[in-house]
Design a protein around this ligand. Structure first.
Ligand code: SF4
Ligand code: SF4
Length: 436
């Protein structure tokens, strides 16, 4: 089996504190839900309910405002008891509606009606995807309808890439979702393919999970659309757009397949597209990997959007000792959590709490010139030189230009024995437009 990969650098990531990924656990419904009006790239959704109003499960409560913005829905029935604002670790202020759960559920525990989508036009499919507030359920949360619209401005042909690349053990939630909701991921892929008018679907799957790829491909192929399976490496950062696209272009060249412009989406997003179009259901919950050395019982949980992160940890047995760091995402590219009342949002793939011992010391030392950072950089940069160069005036323009090529994978920072904040400093120095 030929395995496609990027050309240089990368690391093998291992972490024994991630949750087991064989099955998910359904989290308790939150008594109080905190539903942020920004869970996407663009401006905040405009609230269309007020404090004191009663909302139903799945009801539209925040309307999107232009490109980059996405609709926001109530994830539990209840009363809006207040509006809160808090400062995110990135510095911007987020607003949220707080819903106290009461009343009966419209969807939970009820038999779901399935709608036929085969006769719908691409525009009608996109409208449903947009109405249900579907965003890419990781990273910045770009609205899926915007991504489809952007693809339409690029040269044809189009290819949908289903990214089932598990290059970081903290992608346990995606992995579990793929196994448990395989049919939804496959059908969501076909729906998205029709909405985006693509001519082919590629399942880019980590080579160790080839059986998963075969099953996804068989499901999708039953809808009569051309599909292919491309085994890719599990080396981090294979999942990044640049590294994935490199591997796929290699595949296209070898197999003489013209891929054209790529729409790359993750399995959670495609399952959400399935729910939006087939069940007319917005994003109400998501799979979240909960773990880290400070957590008593790590597990993959299916959590309602709006559940506070503190409650999620409590359901995993709480902490065995005071955590040194709490964050969302993965330890390599995590986003710090400043308050345990912050909620799980559409893009929360994992939440972790780690002890000081897992951090392996935080004291910066001087560079020892080992060259490890250069070996792992997938772009072929010299992180050591950039780190020093960006901090001095000498050749500043040159260093800033090179820094703009960094895509912030974090490999250099992970391997640096001197614990220098290489990737953080390089990314901060690079022009904002260059950041992925
Ligand atoms: S963070 Fe930037 S400099 Fe560091 S390894 Fe990744 S691409 Fe290279
Ligand atoms: S990995 Fe760290 S210590 Fe080694 S050369 Fe790079 S910056 Fe210096």
């Amino acid at each position: 089996m030929k395995i496609y990969s990027f050309s240089v650098g990368g690391i093998v990531v291992e972490d024994s504190t991630v949750p087991p990924k064989d099955a998910s656990v359904i989290a308790f419904l939150p008594g109080l839900s905190v539903i942020p009006l920004v869970q996407h790239t663009g401006s905040r959704a405009y609230p269309i309910v007020s404090v004191g109003d009663f909302v139903t499960e799945g009801m539209l409560i925040g309307r999107c405002q232009g490109p980059g913005s996405a609709n926001i829905h109530a994830t539990v029935p209840g009363r809006v008891v207040r509006m809160v604002s808090w400062k995110m670790a990135e510095g911007y202020t987020n607003d949220a509606l707080v819903i106290r759960m009461e009343g009966s559920f419209e969807m939970l525990g009820k038999r779901q009606e399935c709608y036929s989508w085969q006769g719908l036009s691409p525009d009608e499919l996109c409208r449903l995807i947009s109405e249900c507030g579907i965003v890419e359920m990781e990273g910045m949360g770009e609205p899926a309808a915007d991504m489809i619209a952007s693809l339409g401005k690029l040269p044809e042909p189009y290819t949908l890439v289903v990214r089932c690349v598990f290059d970081d053990p903290w992608l346990a939630a995606d992995y579990t979702l793929c196994r448990e909701r395989l049919k939804a991921v496959a059908e969501g892929s076909v729906i998205t393919a029709l909405a985006a008018r693509v001519s082919r679907i590629i399942f880019a799957v980590s080579h160790r999970e080839k059986d998963l790829g075969d099953k996804l491909m068989a499901e999708a192929a039953s809808f009569g659309i051309p599909v292919s399976l491309v085994p890719v490496s599990s080396r981090y950062p294979q999942k990044n757009r640049r590294e994935l696209e490199y591997a796929l272009r290699m595949y296209g060249k070898k197999e003489a397949v013209e891929l054209g412009s790529l729409l790359i989406l993750g399995p959670a997003t495609l399952a959400a597209v399935h729910d939006a179009v087939k069940l007319r259901k917005p994003i109400l919950d998501r799979y979240v990997a909960v773990g880290g050395s400070a957590v008593k019982t790590p597990q993959v949980m299916r959590v309602r959007i709006g559940t506070r992160i503190g409650e999620v940890f409590a359901e995993c047995g709480g902490f065995i000792d005071t955590p040194r760091r709490i964050a969302t995402g993965s330890p390599i590219m995590g986003r710090s959590v400043v308050d345990l009342d912050e909620p799980v949002v559409k893009t929360t793939t994992g939440v972790f709490a780690i002890l000081r011992s897992q951090m392996g010391g935080t004291r910066k030392r001087n560079c020892i010139g080992c060259g490890e950072c250069r070996t792992v950089c997938p772009v072929g940069l010299d992180p050591e030189a950039l780190y020093k160069g960006c901090a001095t005036e000498e050749n500043r323009e040159f260093h800033l230009k090179r820094a703009g090529e960094c895509h912030g994978c974090g490999c250099c920072e992970v391997v640096c024995p001197s614990r220098l904040p290489l990737s953080t400093a390089i990314r901060n120095a690079s022009p904002p437009g260059s950041r992925l």
